[in-house]
Design a protein around this ligand. Structure first.
Ligand SMILES: [Zn+2]
Length: 98
């Protein structure tokens, strides 16, 4: 089998830049108090999102929005009784990380 070196190198370069972008945003934009990694800022308010039972997720507003978007999409394929709750950011308890 003939390997196309040029094509292979282009693919490696593409993967490298994707990894660079990820580590850039992961390093620069992670709120250290947030449980998720979709943060758009290192600082800012974090709130408590109940995740069922007695567990919670501590999320910044960007990660909360991401989670709600995910829940809305999942709910479309779930029966009413199994659907995720869609709480409002303003109704969630503010988490004091200090
Ligand atoms: Zn976050």
């Amino acid at each position: 089998m003939k390997i196309n070196k040029n094509k292979q190198q282009k693919l490696y370069n593409l993967l490298d830049s994707a990894i660079d972008i990820h580590s850039y945003t992961a390093g620069k934009m992670k709120n250290p108090n947030c449980d998720n990694n979709k943060c758009l800022s290192k600082t800012g308010e974090i709130r408590v999102l109940p995740t069922g039972g007695s567990s919670n997720a501590i999320l910044c507003q960007a990660c909360f929005a991401y989670e709600i978007q995910y829940r809305r999409e999942r709910n479309q394929s779930l029966e009413t009784r199994n659907r995720f709750k869609i709480p409002q950011w303003n109704n969630l308890e503010i988490y004091d990380a200090k």
